[in-house]
Design a protein around this ligand. Structure first.
Ligand SMILES: [Zn+2]
Length: 345
């Protein structure tokens, strides 16, 4: 019985080896599988038959069938991988493309001049000990006005200047980055030197100088014994480093609700050295930023003792500085996303 099976299996192996040579596509591969591994194959029939084999012959019988099964599967798998590769190759050859055609050049982006100038200014103030912090663009009227000594009847709160939301009458788009000063003073104990920059929103008509949103950068220092002179020195240093030369600055009295005294800083035009040019509108001077000593009411709003601590703050428009630095005539260029504009920097 076993000898019979041994002979049959040996013959089958030879037959299979020859049959395998005829496998050349998916169809012949499938025919091979049905013939030798399918439900009606010799192997499956004999596996079903094993229960009829005498118990003493059964282990060897089972072993022979198992070896045959491994052999058949091996032949099948080898041929299947060859046929799969052929099928894939044929599929790819149908999808072939002309590798001699020129490729499509992917244009890469360009750093925005506003980002470049922002980084530069942040770096200058870092050098003087100011740490950059962030705050939300969606704010409440407490952070945007009340804590900054801007009472409810103040015209700045008017809907004509500020974008309110329909979330609540107290939620608005921040109209300046001074909101971040309040958040900083709430969380951090003085002495502190912080810097915040980001997008702000005002209900302005769009023209060459104004947009309903733009970018501000503010600094705030709260320390003991700070003076207006300290602030002047810091701002002077900043202007000198930004324009790369020692230029004259002047402070003109101004009014902001959150600083007292308040001032506007002008610098002599760095492009014409004061003799008058198109950048300065022939005035020889440029209005650069607003600044002042933090109003004691602002310190009170965040529970800082104004008898012990003194602050100064300054805020500037980043578009203004970028326009000056690169002599850009129209603020709207910043927001077009036009690569022809961006590539110039
Ligand atoms: Zn000038």
């Amino acid at each position: 019985m076993i000898t019979n099976l041994e002979d049959t299996v040996e013959k089958l192996r030879q037959e299979v080896a020859n049959e395998a040579l005829n496998i050349h596509d998916l169809k012949s591969l499938e025919a091979f599988r049905i013939k030798y591994l399918g439900e009606k194959s010799f192997l499956v029939n004999e596996q079903k038959n094993i229960k009829n084999i005498s118990p003493e012959d059964r282990p060897l019988y089972g072993k022979l069938l198992n070896e045959l099964k491994i052999y058949l599967n091996k032949i099948y798998d080898e041929n299947k991988s060859i046929i799969d590769a052929l099928v894939l190759e044929e599929k790819l050859s149908k999808e072939a493309f002309d590798i001699t055609l020129p490729g499509i050049v992917q244009e890469i982006g360009h750093e925005h001049p506003l980002s470049m100038v922002t980084k530069e200014i942040v770096d200058i103030f870092h050098g003087m000990g100011f740490t950059a912090i962030e705050g939300p663009e969606l704010e409440t009227d407490f952070y945007n006005f009340t804590a900054l000594n801007t009472p409810p009847e103040h015209p700045a709160r008017d809907e004509q200047d500020t974008f309110y939301t329909n979330i609540s009458p107290h939620v608005l788009l921040r109209s300046h980055t001074s909101t971040v000063q309040i958040r900083a003073m709430e969380k951090m104990c003085p002495p502190l030197r912080v810097l915040a920059h980001g997008r702000v929103y005002r209900n302005e008509e769009i023209n060459a100088r104004k947009m309903p949103f733009f970018h501000q950068l503010e600094i705030l220092a709260v320390e003991k014994n700070l003076t207006f002179g300290n602030m002047k020195w810091v701002l002077n240093e900043f202007i000198k480093k930004f324009f790369g030369k020692d230029i004259k600055v002047r402070f003109r009295p101004d009014f902001f609700p959150f600083t007292e005294p308040s001032a506007e800083l002008d610098s002599q035009c760095p492009f014409c050295e004061g003799s008058g040019c198109t950048t300065c509108g022939n005035r020889g001077w440029l209005e650069l930023l607003g600044c002042g000593m933090v109003d004691p009411n602002v310190l009170k709003a965040v529970d800082i003792d104004s008898n012990e601590w003194i602050g100064f703050a300054a805020g500037l428009g980043l578009e203004r500085f970028t326009m000056l630095k690169y002599k850009i005539p129209d603020i709207r260029y910043f927001f077009t996303g036009d690569l022809r504009f961006l590539k110039q920097f």
